[in-house]
Structure formats: C-alpha cells, structure tokens
Design a protein around this ligand. Structure first.
Ligand SMILES: NC(=O)C1=CN([C@@H]2O[C@H](COP(=O)(O)OP(=O)(O)OC[C@H]3O[C@@H](n4cnc5c(N)ncnc54)[C@H](OP(=O)(O)O)[C@@H]3O)[C@@H](O)[C@H]2O)C=CC1
Ligand SMILES: C[C@H]1O[C@H](OP(=O)(O)OP(=O)(O)OC[C@H]2O[C@@H](n3cnc4c(=O)[nH]c(N)nc43)[C@H](O)[C@@H]2O)[C@@H](O)[C@@H](O)C1=O
Length: 328
C-alpha cells in the first residue's frame, strides 16, 4: 500500500520553473487577481487564464477539453461560487452544486492531464460552529457546522477530501489551503451578497456621500472574525506551492480577530463617515467566532504582513479609484 499521505512527493520545484504553464482558475476574482499579481511579481511568465464566459468550470466536457489542449503544469483553483452570510443562507443549492461541480471538474481533469501540482482553496467555514479556538486543522468534521453556510462548507470539505483521495490512490500532489475571511482589491461589493467588510465599506461610503445620519449594520456586532488581506493570502498560496506537499489541509490566517462592532468602527473611521451605527438584529450573526490556528503554516516559515488598518486604507483607496470614479 502506497504511503497514504503521499509524503514521498518533494516540494521545492515550483519557484524554479518561471516559464511553466500555470492555470489560475478564477483569475478575475478577489483571490485569483491577487494570485496573478503575486505570480507576475515573482517572475512567472506563462499564466493560463480563462474568464467565466470563456470557460464555464461547471461544464465537465469543456473543462476536460481545456486541460487536454493546454496541459498546464500547475493549477491554483481560486474559482468558486462565493458570497457572504446572506447569499449563503439564501442560495444553498447554488453554493453546494456549483462549488462541487467546479472543484470536481478541475481536480479530476488536472490529474488526468498530467498537472504536476494543484492547490485547492477551501475556507475557515469548514470547521464546526463551536470548534475550539483558535481552530486547529484537526478540528475538521468533529462537530456540527454553522447552518448559514453549511452547504458551501460541505462542498469545500468534499474538495479537501477529493485532493486527499487523489493523493492516496494516485500519489498525485494535490494540496488544500483554508483561508480565513479575506478582503482587498477586486472584492465583491454587492450590497446584499458580499462579505461584511466590503459591504460596510460601500455602505459607509454611500452614507457619507449622501450625508446620511446613520448606517445599518447586520446582526448584534458581537461575533468575532479574523481577517487577512488578499495580498497576504496570495503570498501564502505561492509559498505553499513551493514548500508544501502534504496530506492535511493548511490553515491560512492572520491570527488577528475583531468583533463586527470593532470592524464597523474601523471601516467608519477609514471612510470618514460621522453618523451613527444602527444594528439590525433581524439579520443572522452566523458563527460566533472562527479564529484559526495557523501555526502549521508558521512552522513552515510563512507570516502575514498587512495590518488590518493599513489593509483597510489600501482597499478604500482602491475602491475610490476603481469603483467610485468609474461610476462618475
Ligand atoms: N472572499 C473570502 O473571504 C474567502 C474566499 N475563500 C475562497 O477563495 C476562493 C476565491 O474566492 P474569492 O476570490 O473571494 O471569490 P470571487 O467571487 O471574488 O472570485 C471567484 C471567481 O471564480 C469565477 N467563477 C465562478 N464561477 C465560475 C464558473 N462556473 N466558471 C468559471 N469561473 C467561475 C468568478 O468569475 P465571475 O465573477 O465572472 O463569475 C470569479 O472570477 C474561493 O475558493 C473561496 O471559497 C476562502 C475564504 C475566504
Ligand atoms: C468567508 C467565510 O465567511 C462567510 O461567513 P461570515 O464570516 O459569517 O460572512 P459575512 O462576512 O457575510 O458575515 C460576517 C458577520 O458580519 C455581519 N455583518 C454585519 N453587517 C453585514 C453586512 O452588511 N453584510 C454582511 N455580509 N455581513 C454583515 C454578519 O451578520 C456576520 O455576523 C461565509 O459565508 C463564507 O463565505 C466563508 O467561507
């Protein structure tokens, strides 16, 4: 029986192959665009990119044709159906079906077409609602999930397990990273379907522009969330492609958490809104806390660099230049 952890695979090839074909799935998104920036900054010259309209990753035949024609050497899977607590709670069928289809198609076709290494991205929501904090990788599947996003979480857990199954049966180098809540340029600023940070940034900006007296924030404000700037995540993804070839998924967090109330006050300050906050407790809080233990990644030698205050300022500057000014 082969080594079930696939540990015979040797990391350390990726950074030496700057002309290797790398398929970044989801390259226009928050994470995918940051990964493209990081790979280009690192000197990679042969990125294979396809927009959603050029290649619908839920279409198995089209994904197989793409891989058969392009034969990328590496794949970073940052394409998914993604949204905040309201979107997850409202469209459970889309979140489980689309994500299972995308990841199953990409992981399988990558393997059958000779990709050397694939990085799958899950999320911190894979862990039980009341997991021990900070949450170690070993907490996976040890308790009930958070109901507002369990459908998305199940899809992501299936992605981790699929990577592990291909490592066991085929000795194929598929690895999984579990990012915490992310933010930064190219985020989704949709008023209803986005995550909390971009939602508040847009809402505070519009309130300031309209001289509104108050801004509604969802929930009680008491949940805690860990945030990581997407440039740090992209750096961690390239780091994992180079340094990690292991069976278990790897948490990718900042280790810094804030309450939603503290986050709202921070965003309010960065945007410069001077009105008051009103809390809409008809909206769900979701999981009370999901601070991850990222010591496994730290032990490999990676640490985050962007502080939340600097990250918020940089993201708001980007929002003003790329969203607000474009509308004028
Ligand atoms: N944002 C966050 O806070 C976190 C994100 N993650 C994970 O990071 C990854 C990327 O998320 P993020 O960048 O935030 O998401 P985005 O929504 O910003 O980007 C997702 C990308 O996937 C593309 N996509 C979606 N469906 C399809 C499809 N059927 N075929 C082809 N492309 C498709 C989208 O294209 P288009 O927009 O044109 O449809 C988009 O470019 C996901 O795996 C997510 O689970 C993990 C933890 C936190
Ligand atoms: C990334 C990860 O995290 C997601 O879960 P989440 O962290 O609960 O997502 P969220 O950012 O939407 O909410 C965080 C908190 O913030 C509060 N909140 C206040 N006001 C707004 C608001 O205006 N919008 C939103 N979305 N939330 C708000 C909201 O009530 C909640 O208490 C998964 O869906 C899934 O995508 C996943 O894997």
């Amino acid at each position: 029986m082969a080594d079930t952890t696939g540990s015979e695979m040797k990391p350390g090839l990726f950074m030496s192959e700057k002309s290797a074909k790398i398929f970044v799935a989801g390259h226009r998104g928050l994470v995918g665009s940051a990964i493209v920036r990081k790979l280009q900054e690192s000197g990679f010259t042969n990125l294979i990119l396809r927009t959603h309209s050029e290649l619908d990753l839920t279409n198995q035949a089209d994904v197989e044709s793409f891989f058969s024609a392009e034969k990328p050497a590496y794949v970073i899977l940052a394409a998914a159906k993604v949204g905040g607590i309201h979107a997850n709670n409202t469209y459970p069928a889309d979140f489980i079906a689309v994500n299972l289809q995308i990841q199953t198609n990409v992981i399988h076709s990558a393997y059958t077409n000779g990709v050397k290494k694939l990085l799958f991205l899950g999320s911190s929501c894979i862990y039980p609602k009341f997991a021990p904090q900070p949450i170690p990788e070993s907490a996976l599947l040890t308790g009930p999930l958070e109901p507002t996003n369990e459908w998305y979480a199940i899809a992501k857990i299936a992605g981790i397990k699929m990577c592990q199954a291909y490592r066991i049966q085929h000795q194929w180098d598929a690895i999984s990273g579990m990012p915490t809540n992310l933010y930064g340029p190219n985020d989704n600023f949709h008023p209803e379907n986005s995550h909390v940070l971009p939602a508040l940034m847009r809402r505070f900006h519009e309130a300031k522009a309209n001289n509104a007296e108050e801004v509604v924030v969802w929930g009680s404000g008491s949940p805690l969330r860990e945030f990581l700037h997407v440039d740090d995540l992209a750096d961690a993804c390239v780091f994992l492609m180079e340094k990690y070839s292991g069976f278990e998924h790897v948490n990718v967090g900042s280790g810094v958490e804030v309450t939603i109330k503290e986050l709202a006050e921070l965003v309010k300050e960065v945007v410069g809104f001077e009105g008051k906050l009103v809390w809409d407790c008809t909206k769900p809080d979701g999981t009370p806390r999901k601070l991850m233990d990222s010591s496994k990644l730290a032990s490999l030698g990676w640490t985050p660099k962007v502080s939340i205050r600097d990250g918020l300022r940089q993201t708001y500057d980007w929002y003003l230049e790329n969203v607000v000014q474009k509308k004028q």
